[in-house]
Design a protein around this ligand. Structure first.
Ligand code: GLC
Length: 723
């Protein structure tokens, strides 16, 4: 008895490997001249996880096998199972449905969420030989998945369940001739609303199974899935000399950004799936969706706007799936991400009608109902009004509960602390809004926005420069945070990078700030601050809780590294910018520190990596559901390779290592397929700058901008830039 997934059986395959690709994972295994390929994917149109198993007989004898597929079934919700599972287990049922030959599971709890209760089913593409619905009966007393009683006996036991711990197991018996390959499928799925409308749910289940059991049923679903990913990825593909970076940019960053776009901060291999949609998080996730699937980003943007209050601030997180109230703490940054997302969408589509759409506000009374509506533009103006009315004694934003950094509010518990980073983010937001105002003819608003920019820049310049770098902010007593005079946390990376992103101060100050930030580079990523705050027994330290080198207290915060990459690229420091990018690519880090230290997927971005102040330096934390993913995507495609949508058109402003001879990008933009070729004349041994669009040579400006006019009537455009 062995498993193509390697676990849980004790007996291991002779050869084994796992292959991940967008939306799919395949486990390949071989044992005793029998090879297995087990592929998992979710059908695009229904909620079904397909287990597609191919078995090939490599021996000279006919092989007779029993194939057992098993899934532990949890109760409906993780939270209620943890708290009430010992009662709820009496309210559920698992049985075998003869009509569809499937194991069906129904939870009778319902309660406030009756309409959400689904019909869970598990079925096979072939006729099943036996089944189980009771975990205890299938597993046997004192046994576990390594050797279930049902498998040992060669029969699942046909147990149905009227109270207890549910599972779904199925047995298929197959015979495979020498050299023959057979295919069988298992389907674990849900049909909606089973408690309220059982008949409809059952009909839906039956229809899904009829579709999937057709000869080409599974192949068709897989093709649909491949097509979705193909279109998503095709939007931007590069050819660059660094193969690892290329794979990350073309494949894993966008794949990871789809996951954060879908699940926000809700679920990964470590998170239980109950954190909902983080407001700031989803705004940032959508930045990477905006240039590939603007219509999806618009939908999310409009939803997020509906979670904004009339005074301009926004909720901190929402739980639409759970239909639970939002988290309502007030932060200096949440609402300020909205203008960044608005700009990203507008820059991609050029669609001005977005700003006249009407969206509801959220009621301050119950945080659930709506309180009047306003245009998208007015919503955005209210973001500005909120920050303008929540400035501190230095005239920069009050930190409130926190800014982007969850922990920074510890310096502002009396409500007086101020945030330089929020001030810089505010500047970026204002500048984007001012550009949009110009495009949509909101000239009075534009004047006001420009005035806000001037006042905020002046205020930051007056208080935020520490001499060699930018400070992080001020605590409740007006003492600077992130200053050479601070005992801990003398320098933070974010105010250095955001000074560049927001164009704050002089060029010399911005360069100096990024130069100072270089000492935060550990060789596998940049620490968020240095030195870390000492925790217990120094209980008075504001960052107490996180030990030095962990989390926001000095870990390599990958999310924050993305902004340093963008800042170095904007300053034209190509080697440095690419170093910061490539050193964090999981595949590269794993080569350096080893998978046993890193302990995370080689293809997914992580939120943070333990820093050198902690003995577990190199340990990666919070994979997949992190702002690192969308920002790495944006940093690489739009700042390093430099193909960046702006309010005026698509800017081509690459920043590549001097040794590169050039690179190519194919980019779909406003209905046109752009073939962009950048030649580094210097490295290629040629000279001079030349810009060619569609065969016509253009005056060689600093930046190349692809405008609507150039795209007129074309569905393909070739752009060559020699520099
Ligand atoms: C975590 C949080 C995110 C926050 C960041 C920095 O990633 O999910 O919301 O901005 O930490 O504190």
């Amino acid at each position: 008895m062995w498993s193509p997934t390697q676990r849980p059986c004790d007996e291991k395959p002779d050869h084994w490997r796992a292959v991940h690709s967008p939306g799919k994972t395949v486990f390949h295994a071989e044992k005793n001249r029998l090879s297995a390929a087990l592929k998992f994917f979710i059908t695009p149109d229904d909620d079904v996880l397909v287990w597609n198993l191919k078995l090939a007989n490599l021996s000279n004898e006919t092989r007779k096998l029993d194939v057992f597929a098993y899934s532990e079934l949890s109760q409906l919700e993780w939270k209620s199972e943890t708290m009430w599972g010992y009662y709820i287990k009496h309210m559920l049922k698992v049985w075998h449905d003869k009509k569809t030959d499937s194991v069906i599971y129904l939870d009778h709890l319902g309660g406030a969420r009756t309409e959400d209760v689904p019909l869970v089913f598990f079925a096979s593409s072939r006729k099943s030989r036996s089944f189980a619905g009771s975990r205890e009966a299938f597993m046997g007393p004192y046994r576990d998945e390594r050797l279930p009683l049902g498998v040992e006996k060669g029969h699942c036991g046909n147990s149905e369940l009227h109270t207890g711990e549910p599972c779904a197991a199925l047995q298929n018996r197959v015979s495979i001739a020498p050299g023959q390959e057979i295919e069988l499928n298992f389907f674990l799925g849900v049909a909606p609303s089973a408690l309220k409308k059982f008949k409809e749910a059952h009909t839906k289940l039956a229809a899904i199974l009829v579709k999937l059991r057709k000869e080409d049923g599974v192949a068709r679903e897989e093709a649909k899935l491949d097509q979705w990913w193909g279109e998503h990825l095709e939007k931007y593909q590069c050819q660059i000399p660094d193969k690892t970076a290329m794979r990350q940019i073309n494949l894993w960053s966008p794949v990871n950004s789809v996951h954060t776009g879908r699940y926000s901060r809700s679920v990964n291999t470590a998170a239980p799936g109950i954190r909902g949609i983080g407001f700031r998080d989803s705004c940032q996730d959508m930045l990477a969706v905006a240039y590939r699937k603007p219509e999806w980003a618009v939908k999310m943007f409009l939803y997020l706007l509906s979670q904004q209050y009339r005074d301009g601030h926004a909720v901190h997180s929402t739980n639409p799936e759970e239909r639970e109230p939002p988290s309502i703490s007030i932060h200096s940054d949440d609402h300020l991400w909205l203008p960044l997302l608005a700009y990203a969408i507008f820059a991609e589509t050029g669609d001005k009608s977005l700003f006249t759409k009407k969206v509801l506000f959220l009621s301050e009374k119950d945080h659930v109902s709506a309180a009047g509506s306003a245009t998208v533009w007015e919503h955005l103006m209210r973001c500005v009004k909120f920050t303008e009315t929540h400035l501190g004694s230095h005239k920069i934003p009050l930190t409130l509960k926190s800014d982007w950094n969850d922990i920074i509010g510890k310096f502002a518990q009396k409500g007086k602390g101020e945030s330089v980073f929020a001030g810089q983010q505010y500047l970026v937001a204002l500048k984007y809004l001012s550009q949009i105002a110009e495009c949509i003819g909101r000239l009075t608003d534009r004047e006001w926005l420009e005035d806000c920019i001037k006042r905020q820049s002046d205020a930051l310049i007056a208080c935020a420069w520490d001499g060699k770098w930018w400070r992080r902010g001020f605590d409740d007593d007006g003492r600077p945070v992130g200053s050479s005079k601070s005992p801990f946390g003398k320098i933070f990376v974010n105010p250095q990078s955001w000074a560049v992103l927001s164009g704050l101060g002089t060029l010399e100050q911005r360069q100096k700030g990024m130069l100072a930030a270089r000492k935060l580079d550990t060789g596998i990523g940049i620490k968020i601050l240095d030195p870390g705050f000492k925790t217990w027994p120094h209980i008075k330290d504001p960052f107490s809780g996180y030990g030095p080198g962990t989390g926001e207290n000095g870990a390599i915060f990958c999310h924050a590294n993305t902004w340093a990459i963008m800042a170095e690229a904007l300053l034209g420091n190509a080697e440095r910018a690419w170093k910061y990018f490539t050193q964090l690519i999981p595949h590269n880090i794993i080569q350096k520190v080893g998978i046993d230290r890193y302990e995370a997927e080689p293809y997914a971005w992580v939120s943070n990596i333990i820093g050198p102040e902690n003995p577990r330096f190199g340990w990666a934390n919070v994979t997949q559901i992190t702002g690192t993913a969308p920002w790495m995507d944006v940093a690489a495609t739009q700042y390093l390779l430099g193909i960046r949508p702006t309010a005026k058109g698509l800017l081509v402003a690459p920043c590549i290592p001097s040794g590169w001879k050039g690179f190519k990008v194919s980019r779909r933009y406003r209905g046109c397929l752009l073939g962009i070729e950048i030649v580094n004349s210097h490295a290629a041994g040629r000279r001079g700058r030349k810009v060619c669009i569609d065969g016509k040579e253009l005056p060689a400006h600093e930046d190349v901008l692809i405008t609507n006019q150039m795209l007129l009537g074309k569905n393909k455009l070739k752009i060559t830039i020699n520099f």
